[in-house]
Design a protein around this ligand. Structure first.
Ligand code: FMN
Length: 194
């Protein structure tokens, strides 16, 4: 495995994974910490990747939103069985600008937009009926017009300080290459024992 610049490596692995298995190739497990440092993890979809970081969108008032507001440090894991690959990314999240979030929101299907209004993510609800009634209510409220972005629907960008690329190899002698930002802001690669 080459030690190319980590953003390029991640993009290349994503493209190869999508070519082999497009469904959920861009799903990543997001780990955060809650009260007392208790870990929590859930999947989110990668909605933007460039040298600024990895973007996902969510309900800022969800459990993950509250946890990230309290401690912005987070870890992401991609798993691509098609290529026996894992990629890990660690860093801290920052808010995606309102303008960028609005642009992404505008491209979402209307049904997803209505559901975002009706669903206060991570809150307890009585069941599906309550959710469907909520969607019907907001559909009526917005009529045929555009559905604005709920203020609580936000984007986070994880700004990496560490990447690790894991490539399965025979006899358990896998490749692991970690990239870390040094003091001067230069990415340094090092091999880790598998
Ligand atoms: C493949 C997959 C992708 C998902 N993508 C997102 C996403 O991009 N944003 C999101 O808020 N939830 C997404 N979810 C739902 C989350 O896993 C989770 O259930 C939800 O965000 C609530 O998490 P929380 O209670 O920890 O905040 C996805 C779930 C799956 C299985």
């Amino acid at each position: 495995m080459s030690e190319v610049e980590p953003f390029r490596q991640l993009e290349a692995w994503l493209e190869e994974a999508k070519a082999a298995q497009p469904f959920w190739a861009d799903a990543m497990v997001l780990a955060t910490t809650g009260p007392g440092g208790a870990p929590a993890a859930r999947a989110v979809l990668l909605r933007g990747l460039d040298e600024r970081g990895l973007v996902f969108y969510t309900d800022g008032e969800s459990r993950k939103g509250a946890e990230l507001a309290n401690d912005p440090r987070a870890a992401l894991v991609f798993l691509w069985p098609s290529h026996e690959r894992q990629a890990r990314v660690e860093g801290a999240v920052e808010a995606v600008s309102g303008q960028e979030t609005d642009a992404y929101w505008a491209g979402r299907p209307r049904g997803s937009q209505l559901s975002a209004w009706a669903s206060h993510q991570s809150q307890v609800v009585s069941g599906r009926e309550e959710l469907e009634a909520g969607v019907a209510e907001v559909a009526e409220r917005f009529g045929g017009g555009p559905v604005p972005r709920p203020p609580r629907w936000v984007g986070f960008r994880l700004v990496p300080v560490t990447f690790e690329f894991w490539q399965g190899r025979p006899d358990r002698l896998h490749d692991r290459v970690r990239h870390r930002l040094d003091q001067g802001g230069v990415w340094r690669a090092e091999w880790l024992a598998p």
